[in-house]
Write a protein that binds this ligand. Sequence first.
Ligand code: DPM
Length: 358
Amino acid sequence: MSGNVSISQEGNGKVSRVIRMGTRKSQLARIQTDSVASRLKELYPDVHLEIVAMSTIGDKILDTALSKIGEKSLFTKELENALERNEVDIVVHSLKDLPTSLPSGFTIGAILQRENPHDAVVLHPKNAGLTLDSLPEKSVIGTSSLRRAAQLKKRFPQLEFENIRGNLNTRLKKLDEKDDYAAIILAAAGLKRMGWENRISQILSPEDCMYAVGQGALAVEVRAQDRDILEMVSVLHHPDTVLRCISERAFLKQLEGGCSVPVAVHTEVKGSMLYLTGAVYSLDGADCLKDTMQMCVEIDNEVSESAQECVHVAVTANNISSSALDAAEKLGMDLANVLLNKGAKDILTTARKLNDAR
Ligand code: DPM
């Protein structure tokens, strides 16, 4: 065992390892961390897990749109500092909040099986039974996601869109207790994890709204050099999800997009084929570039023999065929290049400028 690992001496003389998991203090973050903790507990009954909760700058600035605070590192920096100082060994995130490049020294050691990746409509109780199609004209829909707003403005021009911020609890409260919003749009996965599936009135199909890169998947961030922990968490990898998310992240990275650009994706694994649909939008959704490509990603058990560690868009998955991972990454880059050749850069640059000026 490596030197930076704490050991706890149990009463029975058995020595076992203590793994500390860092988490944000929000209820969703706690639930997500607990779910990974219980998976680890099942797999490694002798390991002691400790949960260390901290609040991040992103949690404190709740009145500013996410797309305006800009960098996702607001939510991850303090947790990464704690990882770096060996105060924690594992941090669980929503994959969609993790940038496509991590600061050096960190890697995503596991991506768990994806929940429903689609977005969902949550209605104000007074609108029960309605849909985005049947809501009265000029109904206000709450979302601070440029991606959701762009797609939905185009598809539902009779509706209006306004920012809403705060963690999931705050947003549902704002929806239910005020009369500001007719409905809000949230990821189905987050609602499900919070136990609020019953509030979902409509799941948005890819024709209405494609999802964000990595949406619905949990990621485990670790120190890149911590072999023990990397090996331990690698069994949590869900191969289909890993391949889908690597292609999505490679697409976003090649476009040089961050969390605050209107970029959306849709992926599927069918047999040995991985399908990726990706799109970029202007803020009002009027301009859109969208295409689909596929690649063969044979998911066999041929694990890379080389000691050379392979990292794909910040993900380390030594227990998954490296040729499949390479193919998934190439698919994302190829699709991005197709859109870049059609002018994606201009659309994204304009969207970024307009958003910064708002
Ligand atoms: C990112 C976005 C949002 C979160 C932007 C986007 C939504 C922001 C908003 C990158 N992160 O999706 O276009 O609605 O104002 C976030 C949520 C989850 C992870 C909540 C949500 C839970 C679902 C998951 C916030 N990050 O999207 O409803 O694990 O994928």
